[in-house]
Write a protein that binds this ligand. Structure first.
Ligand SMILES: CC(=O)N[C@H]1[C@@H](OP(=O)(O)OP(=O)(O)OC[C@H]2O[C@@H](n3ccc(=O)[nH]c3=O)[C@H](O)[C@@H]2O)O[C@H](CO)[C@@H](O)[C@@H]1O
Ligand SMILES: C=C(OP(=O)(O)O)C(=O)O
Length: 422
């Protein structure tokens, strides 16, 4: 339940990144030594991933001293099967495929299926594993992948799309494959770099992470390491827009402005201004106010699809029109009808949404009961509600718990009137 109309002011700390934590937890299957991860965020998806790797043989213990410090130990694999009941909860479960194949020679993983934002096939993960020598069979909703006698072999793999998940799965599979693997057309997201950093500190030989060509020299085995998970750039971008839509000013700590990539430029074009600080950055709205700005989602360093819904909410309060084009997922406009319930004027034209911003005349967003449909759609409703006149009741907020650590506490601390109704 959110009562809108308050400017957000104060300091807000960014948590560890969900999209880095998930592959990093999958990577704990790769070694028999202890692996310590720090800055692990408390999120529903992290719990789901920890449950899955636990089923496969990973013991995990929260360590004292600081929150989010977890020791993982996988003495031996107890199973090579990722069952439907655990995989269906979270698509990123498919990231255990590469590690299981590398360490156990076999992976039987439930097909993750589509989700609210699109069909989300895994063909690139599978064809990449085949290039490394795996034999793949699909049967009864499961992928069975078997490494050849003698293990996976390095290969040249061309990805026809820069898939984040496929790049991560292949990095983990290739780390201990025999010989050299080259991934051409790799995804360049910062979370790929974080995974490569962890694997390198475990003994892997990886070059080019963060560029579209990654080379991996297979090593015989990986060992333990200590690694701190990178800050969540999508969470940071979301709170930047919370400051923007309420006309407030936030000091974002632990978040790195550089990680926003091309999104920073678009946010500036839309009227936000940033200043670097010793431990992060500050954001506020420039004196001219928010301006309608066109955006097209692209792989990193382009504007991230995971910030598209939030940007759309922001543009509802800008002066002038914005054309927002989604190119990564085919069905990522579920927030549009819900924002419309709050008075937003948005029309969809194929993969683009035309937002008629109302900024110059003050917000026309009004509180209403709305429904969360997926993680980022949900948070776009939170942003709209923070700026709207009156009360907004957002239902099905379990989606938010997948990716926003302590959302209501963080917002309350900077002046929002938000309450979780049990
Ligand atoms: C846990 C995690 O990190 N999730 C992120 C990851 O998802 P995820 O790794 O699933 O996204 P991908 O980069 O793989 O998907 C990008 C595009 O490639 C297509 N595709 C992907 C794989 C494949 O085998 N075949 C294929 O056609 C997808 O349908 C989509 O259209 O990157 C997305 C794109 O930045 C983000 O929105 C997600 O938040
Ligand atoms: C789409 C997202 O996540 P996932 O890939 O885990 O579904 C997201 O974080 O916005």
């Amino acid at each position: 339940m959110i009562t809108g109309g308050r400017k957000l002011e104060g300091t807000l700390a960014i948590s560890g990144a969900k999209n880095a934590a998930l592959p990093l937890i999958a990577a704990t299957l790769l070694t028999g030594d202890t692996l310590e991860l720090r800055n692990v965020p408390e999120l529903a998806d992290v719990v789901s991933m920890m449950r899955l790797v636990q089923r496969l043989g990973v013991a995990s213990t929260y360590l004292p001293g600081e929150p989010g410090r977890v020791a993982f130990h996988c003495q031996e694999l107890l199973s090579t099967t990722a069952p439907y009941d655990l995989v269906r909860k979270m698509r990123a479960s498919v990231l255990v495929l590469g590690p299981l194949l590398a360490r156990g020679g076999e992976a039987i993983v439930s097909m993750p299926g589509g989700c609210a934002i699109g069909t989300r096939p895994i063909d690139l993960h599978l064809s990449g594993m085949e290039r490394l020598g795996a034999i793949i069979e699909l049967s009864q909703g499961y992928v069975t992948a078997r490494a050849p006698a003698g293990g996976l072999k390095g290969a040249r793999i061309e990805l026809t799309q820069p898939s984040v998940g496929a790049t991560e799965n292949l990095l983990m599979a290739a780390a201990t494959a025999k010989g050299t693997t080259t991934i051409i057309g790799a995804a360049r997201e910062p979370e790929i770099v974080d995974l490569a950093l962890l694997l390198s500190s475990m003994g892997a030989a990886i070059e080019g992470a963060g560029t579209s060509t990654i080379t991996i020299e297979g090593v015989a085995q990986l060992h333990g390491a200590v690694h701190s998970i990178m800050p969540d750039r999508i969470e940071a971008g979301t709170y930047v827009m919370a400051a923007g839509i309420t006309g407030g000013r936030l000091h974002i700590t632990g978040g790195d402005l550089g990680l926003l990539g091309g999104a920073r430029e678009k946010l500036e074009e839309a009227g936000l201004q940033f200043t670097d600080t010793a431990d992060g950055f500050a954001v506020s709205v420039a004196s001219e106010g928010l301006r309608g700005t066109d955006v097209m989602t692209r792989p990193y360093p382009g504007f991230p699809t995971d910030l598209q819904a939030q940007f759309m909410a922001l543009m509802c309060n800008a002066e002038g029109a914005s054309m927002i084009t989604e190119t990564i997922f085919e069905n990522r406009f579920m927030h549009v009808p819900e924002l419309a319930r709050m008075g937003a004027q948005i029309t969809i034209h194929g993969g683009s949404a035309l937002v008629r911003g109302q900024g110059a005349r003050g917000t026309t967003l009004r509180g209403a009961p709305v429904m969360a449909t997926d993680l980022r759609a949900s948070v776009s409703l939170v942003l709209a509600a923070l700026a709207a006149e009156g009360e907004t009741e957002i239902n099905r907020i379990y989606h938010l718990d997948r990716g926003y650590e302590h959302l209501e506490q963080k917002l309350q601390a900077v002046g929002a009137c938000v309450e979780r109704i049990p």
